[in-house]
Design a protein around this ligand. Structure first.
Ligand code: AMP
Length: 547
């Protein structure tokens, strides 16, 4: 027997329509490349997105076509998300921090038909134009009077002029909810990047899941500023979750330094933010150096790489801001787990609560997870034994775009497919997951594993350390031993001996790094994560003193 409920497909256009109808005057505020602060409402955003969808239809963009963006977080980028996705085409957000050759490769692999860009990326666009013959036009996201000229771009279109030509009568089509809406390529630490192709259904379900109280806990009372870029897994879904709950949105544009972000936090009453640990390092430094406080910020999601416990404590103790440590992946849209306490934890001493909050967290409904040994057998949830982390759920990919890499899933005895994350983790009896390492980054010493994340977290807790990374270096006896690479805080004095002393009593003796190297900077990848591949390359001729 079938249920007798309305059959309404889960489409992203319905999210923005909902915001326009029911939170119509709620603001979207953006810092623009034009130099000013732009503000308008969800109602205006939805109207402009429809006009843009009509304009793109007139340009010959069809359902399923890919339209790329190279853009910061801003209202025009938001309009493109909804215009392109809502009309049935696919928005392909490209990370502008990649090398132009990689950008051209990705745009060609995706088969992009148009590319919309913030004019700060004009040099990139000019560098890739003749390598991307399928791109029929380049849309500059800027006021017409600031439109750049370029003799390298065959069809340079102005965003505002384009939208002017779109009809306000455009209506969102009723699409199949399983049709594609957005495409993101993984950071591709090995081999070529691979595309995760999200569906309307998976995106709407993810937006619901992300809004839950034990996930982001977003509401219409929030003013949300995503520092995480809209080209990094759709800013972790915030451009979908915020209108779904009717929250005010604040977009920081190109200015991601601590001072500019702090200014927006204060001027726009931001209650909620999200970003990778490296951006918060800069913000905390600015706020501490200038003796500032956050007057409205209540919580922030930190993820993308392990959030050092020292950062969680500093936000909490110094500023009264709750950190929600989260784990996810491009292949998971991206949310997988978040660390929030449960009823049974409320009576625990603070130090024990803190330990729970430092983990990558608990799944939300929509994601299931397990850890397995190398033979694929499930491992106990004892919080100690680690194994390969596998996940499944309606917002987890089942294969990569264009079938790249074949079938990525591992199948259990009941034939259900699980996505192997490439992460090594423990899960405790309460279901809280903790990442030990990326399987490629784990250090194998004498047949046992050492967690580089644990060693990095400890180093960062030292007051003289600005940033730290640990890599495994070949060792004749132990296979690999940990090398600690450190950036000191400006003006700080610190010796190798002092730093290693700091580790004493905090780790098993055999985890002690064999050496410390001080450097001026640690290479970061396009999404702000430490580039271990590059570090290993930098230290390939290095020999440990113990070797
Ligand atoms: P990406 O798809 O580029 O966002 O990278 C996903 C990977 O980032 C995961 O597989 C993890 O290795 C890493 N990652 C994400 N969040 C965390 C976290 N909170 N702690 C440790 N690693 C993380």
């Amino acid at each position: 027997m079938q249920g007798l409920m309305m059959d309404m497909p889960l489409l992203i256009s319905t999210i923005l329509q909902h915001a326009a109808r029911h939170h119509g005057d709620t603001e979207i505020v953006s810092r623009r490349l034009e130099g000013d602060i732009h503000r308008y409402t969800y109602a205006q955003c939805e109207a402009r997105a429809r006009r843009m969808a009509d304009a793109l239809t007139r340009l010959g963009v069809h359902a399923g076509d890919r339209v790329a963006t190279l853009a910061w977080n801003g209202y025009r980028h938001m309009e493109i998300y909804y215009a392109v996705g809502g009309m049935g085409a696919v928005v392909h957000t490209i990370n502008p921090r990649l090398h132009p050759d990689q950008i051209a490769w990705i745009a060609n692999h995706a088969g992009d038909s148009y590319l919309a860009f913030d004019i700060s990326f004009l040099p990139i666009v000019e560098a890739i134009a003749d390598k991307c013959p399928n791109i029929r036009g380049w849309i500059a996201m800027i006021d017409p009077d600031r439109q750049p000229a370029s003799d390298k771009l065959a069809n340079l279109i102005n965003y505002e002029t384009l939208i002017e030509g779109g009809s306000a009568d455009f209506r969102w089509p009723e699409l199949d909810e399983r049709s594609a809406v957005a495409l993101c390529y993984t950071s591709g630490t090995t081999g070529n990047p691979k595309g995760a192709l999200y569906a309307h259904r998976s995106t709407v379900l993810h937006a619901y899941g992300a809004a839950l109280p034990d996930a982001m806990g977003a509401s219409a009372r929030d003013s949300i500023l995503p520092v995480v870029p809209m080209f990094h897994v759709n800013a972790w879904g915030i451009p979908y979750t915020a209108p779904l709950v009717g929250a005010k949105l604040v977009f920081p544009g190109a200015q991601l330094d601590g001072k500019s972000i702090y200014e927006l936090f204060e001027s726009e009453g931001v209650t909620y933010s999200a970003g990778v640990p490296t951006v918060w390092l800069g913000l905390l430094q600015h706020v501490k150096q200038n003796g500032l406080k956050f007057s409205t910020l209540k919580r922030t999601v930190i993820g993308g790489s392990a959030c050092p416990p020292a950062m969680i404590r500093s936000f909490n103790d110094d500023f009264g801001v709750d950190v929600i440590h989260a784990w996810g992946m491009t292949e998971l849209s991206p949310l997988g787990t978040l660390s929030r306490l449960q009823n049974k934890h409320m009576s625990l001493p603070e130090a024990e609560q803190q330990k729970i909050l430092e983990k990558q967290g608990h799944v939300i409904f929509g994601v299931d997870m397990k850890i397995v040994d190398d033979a694929g057998s499930e491992i106990a949830w004892d919080g100690k034994t680690y194994g390969n982390l596998l996940v499944r759920g309606p917002w987890v990919i089942r294969e990569y775009f264009r079938g790249e890499g074949g079938d990525p899933l591992e199948y259990d005895s009941e034939g259900r497919g699980w996505f192997p994350t490439g992460d090594v983790a423990t899960i405790d009896a309460d279901g809280y997951m903790q990442i030990t390492d990326r399987s490629k980054d784990v250090i194998k010493s004498g047949g046992e594993w050492i967690s580089s994340i644990d060693l990095e977290n400890l180093a960062i807790a030292h007051p003289a350390v600005a940033n730290a990374a640990v890599i495994g270096v070949v060792h004749p006896k132990w296979d690999e031993r940990p090398l600690l690479i450190v950036v000191k805080r400006p003006g700080a004095e610190l010796t190798k001996e002092e730093l290693l002393k700091f580790y004493e009593g905090k780790i098993a003796k055999w985890w002690m790094p064999d050496d410390v190297q001080f450097v001026d900077a640690i290479p970061l990848g396009a999404t702000g994560k430490i580039l271990k591949t590059k570090l290993r390359e930098q230290f390939k001729d290095y020999t440990l003193p113990t070797a």
